[in-house]
Design a protein around this ligand. Structure first.
Ligand SMILES: Cc1cc2nc3c(=O)[nH]c(=O)nc-3n(C[C@H](O)[C@H](O)[C@H](O)COP(=O)(O)OP(=O)(O)OC[C@H]3O[C@@H](n4cnc5c(N)ncnc54)[C@H](O)[C@@H]3O)c2cc1C
Length: 390
């Protein structure tokens, strides 16, 4: 078969290239940007995603850049009352034999780029904006905005939440705005007031929540403030005016309020979502990552799903006789799980942003439930393992 053409060199595209190379299959990763890059923010890597990265031989490289927090601490935003402390570190090590890591996105991407650049089966092609896709008896031809053309046996759309492979090539509905924005910043731990910045912190308030966790040897803290507010433009990583943020978080308890106040420059992202709609399996094309199932980040599973996709697709291709049937079995294997995770993240968003009596009931429930029960409910997510390759 001709090489697999992967449109998009984010976490989904690069991990897919590596998973394919692991089965002896060649690919070309076509990335629009001039360099492979990620936003300056953090990412949680749960054991299900780590099981794929382990298989790809990336554990040591990942461990060099990751931090392993021991606890998730949940609090109410307005009073700072602690609702639950979940021993995520111990739980993941003992139940899944893998840690729960947090990592700077740029560091994870670099681990993937380095591994891909070192593989003779992967060609990385930057500054390539894919604008045209044609299927024929020999497979697929894609054209870039500058006129270059590439021929492949299978097309993988890993082109993110605003995927044109999703909308134009496959005719699926575009991802929709969710009425939420994520405000992101990293700040030096030394600049923050004394508090528990080593744990993953989740602060829940009316129409907003804050997540923080340590990065880069705990020298940085990643802050993600999510607001229920509309944002029309499709801009990743827009520079943000903090007036809206101060209006919401000005009333919060310390140290969350103080942490928000410390940050000088925020980036604001509109949060979009899409469901993993099925598409006819009649051509050699498949969607992975956010291009197929863009999720709200409230389960920290978007990149994890993309990483899982990579392993499942590689296994489907290794087993199936041809790319069309591999693409079909991939959809069958992935649709239910990814839909459940997208739905669960949306439900969590509603729970996190509750106010009044609903928030009171949520707080009572969280403080009454044993931590072990809260964590056990996540086993179906974190206990996932990649399928065998033969
Ligand atoms: C606030 C926030 C916090 C999050 N936290 C977590 C977390 O803790 N854990 C987790 O697992 N997930 C998390 N996620 C989700 C995660 O970031 C995404 O699911 C993941 O990055 C998606 O990767 P991707 O490769 O599918 O898409 P992208 O990263 O968007 O990559 C798509 C790539 O395709 C390229 N591209 C697009 N169009 C073209 C074209 N026509 N031609 C060539 N190239 C093209 C783009 O330039 C880009 O490089 C979070 C998301 C947000 C917003």
């Amino acid at each position: 078969m001709d090489p697999v053409l992967i449109v998009g060199g984010g976490i989904a595209g690069l991990t897919t290239a590596l998973a394919l190379a692991d089965t002896g299959r060649a690919s070309i990763v076509l990335e629009r940007a001039a360099v492979f890059s990620e936003v300056g923010a953090g990412l949680q890597i749960s054991p299900n995603a780590a099981s794929v990265l382990d298989r790809l031989g990336l554990t040591d490289a990942l461990d060099r850049v990751a931090v392993v927090p021991e606890h998730i601490v949940m609090r109410t935003a307005t009073t700072g009352t602690k609702l639950a402390t979940l021993p995520i570190g111990r739980f993941c090590r003992s139940r899944f034999s893998r840690p729960y890591r947090v990592v700077h996105r740029a560091d994870l991407l670099q681990v993937l780029v380095d591994a891909a650049a070192g593989s003779p089966l992967i060609s990385l092609v930057v500054s390539t904006d894919v604008t045209d896709v044609q299927f024929g008896p020999a497979g697929v031809k894609v054209g870039a905005a500058d006129g270059r053309r590439f021929q492949g046996g299978l097309l993988i759309g890993a082109d993110g939440v605003w995927s044109t492979i999703r909308t134009e090539t496959l005719g699926l509905p575009a991802a929709v705005p969710t009425g939420r924005t994520a405000w992101r910043a990293t700040v030096e731990t030394a600049a923050l007031p004394d508090a528990d910045w080593a744990s993953i912190g989740l602060w829940m308030g009316p129409k907003a929540h804050l997540v923080h966790y340590p990065l880069r040897d705990r020298a940085l803290v990643n802050l993600v403030a999510v607001l229920s507010e509309p944002m029309a433009e499709k801009s990743w990583d827009a520079a943000a005016d903090r007036v809206a943020l101060d209006a919401v978080f000005g009333e919060w308890a310390d140290p969350a309020r103080a942490a928000i106040a410390t940050v000088r420059s925020w980036r604001r992202w509109p949060l979009y979502s899409s469901r993993p709609d099925r598409y006819p399996a009649d051509r050699p094309v498949v969607l992975v990552g956010d291009a197929w199932h863009a999720t709200l980040p409230f389960m920290a599973q978007g990149a994890a799903m993309a990483i899982e996709d990579a392993a499942v697709l590689a296994a489907c291709l290794a087993k199936a006789g041809n790319p069309v049937s591999a693409a079909e079995s991939f959809q069958k294997l992935r649709a239910k799980r990814t839909r459940s995770l997208v739905d669960l993240a949306a439900r969590n968003g509603r729970i996190y942003h509750m106010s009044g009596a609903a928030a009171f009931a949520r707080n009572m429930t969280l403080s009454a439930l044993p931590a072990g029960r809260l964590l056990s409910g996540l086993s179906w997510i974190y206990g996932w393992k990649p399928p065998p390759l033969s």
